[in-house]
Ligand binder design. Sequence first.
Ligand code: ADP
Ligand code: AMP
Ligand code: ZN
Length: 218
Amino acid sequence: MAIYLVLIGLPGAGKGTQAVILSKERGLTHVSSGDLFRDNIKRQTELGKQVEAILKSGALVPDDVTIAMVRDRLMQPDCQKGAVLDGFPRTPAQAEALNKMLGELGGRVNLVPYVKVRDDVLVERLSGRWTCQTCQTVYHEKFNPPKVAGVCDKDGGELTQRPDDKAETVKTRIAEYMKNTAPLIEHYRTQGLLVEINGEQEIEKVTAELLAAVAKVS
Ligand code: ADP
Ligand code: AMP
Ligand code: ZN
């Protein structure tokens, strides 16, 4: 049966890192709203042009735009087998829309792993983050370095830094999270879907905790 996982956590908590591993381990599709926006910006689509300045500022893209984009993605055939959602939903309205979409697919949110870290580790994590332009694998120059600087271990793709990872913008992103996204934690806890994961351990240990939690629901 298809399972749908929603990763929640502050920017830099490790959602993308874990989503790549988890989707591979469990045969699920990784759906990152941030990656979808960045891909549109890179290709300079209408959507990309519309959201470029918003991403640069660290603010959230309006719900209607975000929901339509994620909906399109989830309705594609590779999401029928289930997905790891990373960065969506980020507002109560998005959470409601997600329930509807998954209902149409005959599924539901099966588990919401909340990757918990103290906010004082975030700036260091994000300022050292390097992402593969080809496969979206995430590295850290200190905590998880690639074998060759600037080059993806998996496919030789180019690693780049995100313009919104500078300290100034990170502050805005954390504030957006506190205001809009943090309320989702209690929302999903009430529904019995939330599981807290200690995101301050080394990457392999975080993965082990996540896989154990997912195994209980599937
Ligand atoms: P998010 O998707 O939640 O914003 P990422 O997965 O991109 O976070 O991780 C942010 C940065 O922190 C990346 O550079 C990543 O390599 C690094 N990182 C992720 N998990 C850990 C961890 N458990 N310990 C140390 N660094 C980590
Ligand atoms: P992320 O890659 O998850 O860190 O997201 C990068 C940026 O994309 C955010 O700072 C927002 O501007 C935008 N974004 C990503 N996901 C969403 C979402 N679910 N709702 C609104 N904006 C989003
Ligand atoms: Zn790569």
